[in-house]
Design a binder for this molecule. Structure first.
Ligand code: HEC
Ligand code: HEC
Ligand code: HEC
Ligand code: HEC
Ligand code: HEC
Ligand code: HEC
Ligand code: HEC
Length: 314
């Protein structure tokens, strides 16, 4: 009883310390970042105009507005703005040459980084450089184009909810393929209309809500959870049976993480798909499977008992 009480108290203490650690982390960072957020966090900003000798309020460029709630909910939430951006941004008006500052790339920080070794950044980097985006657009197309520096957070790896992953990942592609303003940063060609280009797919909206763009547009590899090798459109998956069959490619991509986890836990492959939805052709009926196992096991057992009895009773 005493032991239990002590363990309980220790637990409570550690929770308190943990809570305090979290709160100091947030306060510490909002101190440095709040200066930037005071302007970059809303649609207007104010500064002291030395020529007019009074405060003036101006509109902030909408592309330069960062939502602090989103910022503190992403992978690099523990970062100060000036960990990536120049220290000189602390003065306003910002120096004009600052807009030319080179930005760090993912690999600058993550190459050979033990803490994120599981992600295989080096392989992702190679895959990306073989993708259509990179081969056709070289330097302009960086990882940041898909991984917004102020909002990107890992979802596929963490989320139990496959629908959430699909929406999140597809929005990354659509942020450009459905927005001419961003698309033009990369290409001045006419942007193909995604809906028209996928006319051949029946129930298009249902498909886009149940599969990711990358399911059809990348080829998967065993070394990465999220394939980055986006291929030319001619190589995209068009055959219905690639998904609507028992050897569905979805098991190697969308349901990869779940499939691995489930195989570890339950030892069978289809659990990932079964737990989410029933997809035509991709899964046989679980209960029928179990029933046939029971019947099959029963038959084997009867035969064994029969043999033993015959040997013993001889
Ligand atoms: C007084 C308001 C104000 C503050 C404080 C402020 N900014 Fe800015 N920032 C602006 C305005 C206005 C622009 C757009 C005009 C310009 O580039 O000067 C801008 C532009 C930028 C740009 C884009 C430059 C480009 O053209 O590509 C970056 C990056 C930036 N700020 C970072 C920061 C960081 C980091 C901080 C905090 C250390 C910060 N800013 C603090 C008002 C501010
Ligand atoms: C992990 C590194 C990183 C951190 C931390 C970071 N930024 Fe950025 N920021 C970038 C990169 C990279 C770009 C350029 C994006 C691009 O080229 O697409 C950028 C672009 C910008 C821009 C210009 C937007 C545009 O579309 O051109 C502004 C403004 C900005 N950052 C402000 C901030 C502020 C304010 C903070 C802190 C609240 C911050 N950044 C924190 C990496 C970072
Ligand atoms: C300036 C250095 C820097 C740059 C640039 C950078 N990262 Fe990071 N990243 C870090 C650090 C440090 C952490 C650990 C943050 C923490 O624990 O608070 C991290 C965390 C992460 C995580 C979360 C890992 C986890 O286990 O939660 C992912 C994913 C990630 N980064 C991806 C990227 C991607 C993708 C890019 C480029 C688009 C990038 N990073 C650019 C330094 C960087
Ligand atoms: C065409 C868009 C695109 C580009 C370009 C891109 N990524 Fe990604 N990346 C994604 C998507 C989509 C995800 C899945 C996000 C999620 O659900 O977590 C992802 C996930 C990741 C992850 C997490 C994978 C995991 O195992 O959880 C890392 C790390 C990553 N990307 C690194 C990079 C690096 C490094 C580059 C540049 C060399 C890059 N990405 C370029 C779209 C892109
Ligand atoms: C079911 C598989 C599938 C899905 C899901 C899918 N695509 Fe496609 N996509 C294709 C095929 C096949 C083509 C080639 C069509 C053709 O024959 O012209 C294509 C073509 C394209 C093209 C080239 C258009 C052109 O002609 O220049 C783009 C861009 C594209 N898809 C982006 C996306 C995006 C973004 C998503 C997610 C919202 C997505 N796709 C989802 C199979 C798919
Ligand atoms: C920053 C903008 C941007 C983002 C984000 C983006 N793309 Fe693209 N994508 C482009 C541009 C620009 C092209 C046209 C390339 C060219 O010049 O032919 C393209 C081309 C394509 C093509 C057609 C290749 C061909 O053979 O013509 C496919 C397929 C494609 N993208 C899929 C995706 C998928 C899947 C994602 C998300 C994982 C994605 N894109 C994210 C800008 C983007
Ligand atoms: C990338 C994988 C993939 C490909 C390729 C694919 N599908 Fe699907 N399809 C799905 C998924 C996932 C669903 C959603 C299942 C659900 O509703 O739970 C679906 C749903 C459907 C539905 C709707 C079923 C219903 O319940 O209403 C039809 C019809 C369909 N697909 C037909 C096709 C045809 C025809 C093709 C080939 C032209 C095709 N699909 C290609 C993955 C795919």
């Amino acid at each position: 009883m005493k032991k239990l009480l002590i363990i309980g108290l220790l637990f409570l203490l550690s929770m308190l310390l943990y809570a305090q650690e979290i709160s100091t982390e947030v306060i510490e960072h909002s101190a440095e970042n709040s200066k930037c957020f005071s302007c970059h966090g809303s649609s207007t900003y104010s500064y002291y105009n030395e020529v007019l000798e009074r405060y003036v309020t101006k509109r902030m460029n909408p592309y330069f507005i960062i939502d602090s709630m989103v910022y503190y909910d992403q992978n690099h939430r523990s970062f100060d703005c000036i960990d990536c951006h120049s220290y000189d941004f602390r003065t306003f008006p910002h120096d004009n040459t600052l807009r030319m500052e080179p930005m760090p790339s993912c690999l600058d920080c993550h190459e050979g980084d033990d803490a994120t070794a599981d992600f295989n950044f080096e392989i992702i980097n190679d895959e990306f450089h073989e993708s259509v985006h990179s081969t056709k657009h070289s330097e302009d197309f960086t990882c940041w184009m898909c991984h917004n520096p102020h909002s990107y957070k890992i979802v596929a790896r963490n989320s139990e909810n496959i629908k959430e992953t699909i929406v999140y990942d597809n929005n990354i592609c659509l942020s450009c393929h459905a927005d001419i303003n961003k698309y033009q940063l990369i290409s001045l060609n006419e942007k193909p209309n995604i809906i028209d280009k996928h006319d051949w797919l029946p129930n298009q909206f249902q498909h886009f809500a149940h599969v990711r763009c990358i399911e059809c547009h990348t080829h998967t590899s065993d070394n990465t959870l999220v394939a980055h090798h986006i291929q030319e459109k001619e190589k995209a998956v068009k055959k219905c049976v690639e998904c609507h069959s028992s050897s569905s490619t979805l098991l190697a991509s969308l349901y990869k993480f779940q499939a691995q986890e489930n195989r570890r836990k339950y030892g069978f492959f289809n659990a990932a798909i079964l737990s989410e939805a029933y997809m035509i052709g991709a899964n046989r009926n679980l209960y029928l499977n179990i029933l046939s196992f029971i019947i099959f096991g029963g038959v084997i057992l009867t035969i064994i008992v029969h043999i033993i009895l015959r040997i013993v009773l001889k």
